[in-house]
Design a protein around this ligand. Sequence first.
Ligand SMILES: C[S@@+](CC[C@H](N)C(=O)[O-])C[C@H]1O[C@@H](n2cnc3c(N)ncnc32)[C@H](O)[C@@H]1O
Length: 208
Amino acid sequence: MDNTYAGRTKYTPERARKYQKRPDAKHRAEMKLLDRAFQLIPKDYRVLDAPCGGGRVSVHLAGRGYRMSAADLSPAMVEVARENMAAHNLTLTVEQQDVEKFTYADRHFDAVISFRLFHHFPTADIRRRVVRELCRIADKNVVLSYFHPSLSTLRRKIRERKKGAQKYITALPEVEGYFQEAGFRLVKDFAQLPVIHTLHVAVFERSR
Ligand SMILES: C[S@@+](CC[C@H](N)C(=O)[O-])C[C@H]1O[C@@H](n2cnc3c(N)ncnc32)[C@H](O)[C@@H]1O
């Protein structure tokens, strides 16, 4: 299994705490984007947030009424997320899980949200494998963030090359292809700012 990518291993305890403190403006803009996408997801759904990181998406969606569960590969992130849930008086489960091979049963959740991980995957094989897993455990919907080509792509590439932290741009047709193979179809794609911003969130639904 060629599962070597920086995002898999870089979330050490120190980085996990740092990522949790995402700048306020960025956090608010991202949650706004998710709110637009989640208008398509019924409020009584059981939703898995994977990867949950420090748990900010789970906290946000639990506040909107969703029945949340959370999972992440990094033990440090799981610990931060559990602390975060306790700080918000939320009793939801946070588990260590690998999005490439969940231990959940088929269709275990109504929906799965996977936010800010897909752009770390360097190969089509990993992308396909992860989409297959997300679709396997989602009975109705998968909500996925990915990096779509945009005006900021070149600026981002230069910055990343300097920092040595590469992210991967995948246009919507490529992403849609993986979902079609897994029996899901696109409902709607959302951009933070079309053409300008790279971060997109797409909502998919089961078609078979
Ligand atoms: C950029 S963070 C995003 C976290 C969260 N969705 C958020 O937006 O705050 C990426 C997360 O993916 C997790 N991760 C990386 N590879 C993973 C895998 N194969 N399975 C589950 N989680 C993974 C990392 O541990 C990290 O917490």
